[in-house]
Write a protein of this length. Structure first.
Ligand code: ADP
Ligand code: TYD
Length: 208
């Protein structure tokens, strides 16, 4: 049996972790017991160590290409060690971010070019793409405001508002390019309303 892969995308603070928890619970209540939750950058010991380097706010001199390659290397380890084996065993994988984050943050907001970023990542993802991507659409200012209340901001979150606005806009244009896979939801709605919309999209792919 082929597994199912769902990724959650959106600007910082758009509610991805909140919604992943609710979706996991929903799927468990429906009887799916093999649900793997992971996050990017991270999800393995090595990928979490790379995350520590990428998000360290002292590393202000990090070049954009270095940044893009570090995200891709964290992803390569996660795909080989967690995502690919889980999907081969027929499990459901839900990931807090995947390659679309690199397309938007590095390809668009850092202006490295979406094509270049996918090229680097081709090697890392081994042909694996999500069956469904939920895009939580939120104005940049709102997301960063939520993050500020939650914890100390990391190297990416400390970028200027202009950067985060490019990210929010980048997601909107990426979603338009793949409307079948990437489903956009207004993330200014209540947690419950967003969850209900996510469930509707997940049901669509489960019933396929
Ligand atoms: P992300 O994982 O995308 O960074 P989180 O799920 O951690 O986002 O949410 C960031 C903050 O916003 C948390 O404090 C969370 O409780 C809050 N939050 C999440 N969803 C909503 C929502 N729909 N409306 C208002 N606040 C929300
Ligand atoms: P995450 O922990 O999901 O942050 P948040 O909870 O604030 O949304 O992701 C870490 C940061 O890394 C976030 O600012 C987005 C960024 N990022 C990229 O720039 N490129 C990538 O490929 C990934 C996976 C994340």
């Amino acid at each position: 049996m082929q597994g199912i892969f769902i990724s959650m995308e959106g600007p910082d603070g758009s509610g991805k972790s909140t919604q992943i928890e609710l979706l996991k619970k929903y799927l468990e209540d429906k009887g799916y017991d093999e649900i793997i939750i992971t996050r990017e950058p991270g999800g393995t010991v090595i990928s979490e160590a790379i995350r520590g380097i990428i998000l360290n706010k002292d590393y202000t001199e990090m070049g954009y290409m270095t940044e893009a390659l570090l995200y891709a290397s964290a992803r390569a380890q996660l795909v080989s060690q967690v995502i690919k084996p889980a999907l081969e065993e027929g499990k459901a994988v839900i990931s807090d971010r995947f390659v679309d984050s690199s397309a938007v943050y590095q390809g668009m907001a850092r202006a490295l070019g979406v094509e270049n970023v996918y090229k680097i990542n081709e090697f890392a993802i081994q042909g694996i793409m999500p069956n469904l991507t939920i895009h939580l659409d939120l104005p940049a200012k709102v997301g960063i405001g939520r993050k500020k209340e939650q914890a100390e901001l990391d190297r990416m979150e400390l970028e200027a508002l202009d950067f985060h606005e490019k990210v929010a806009e980048g997601y909107r244009s990426l979603a338009k390019l793949s409307p079948e896979r990437i489903r956009t939801i207004d993330a200014t709605m209540s947690i419950e309303d967003i969850h209900n919309q996510i469930v509707a999209y997940v049901e669509q792919i489960l019933n396929k």
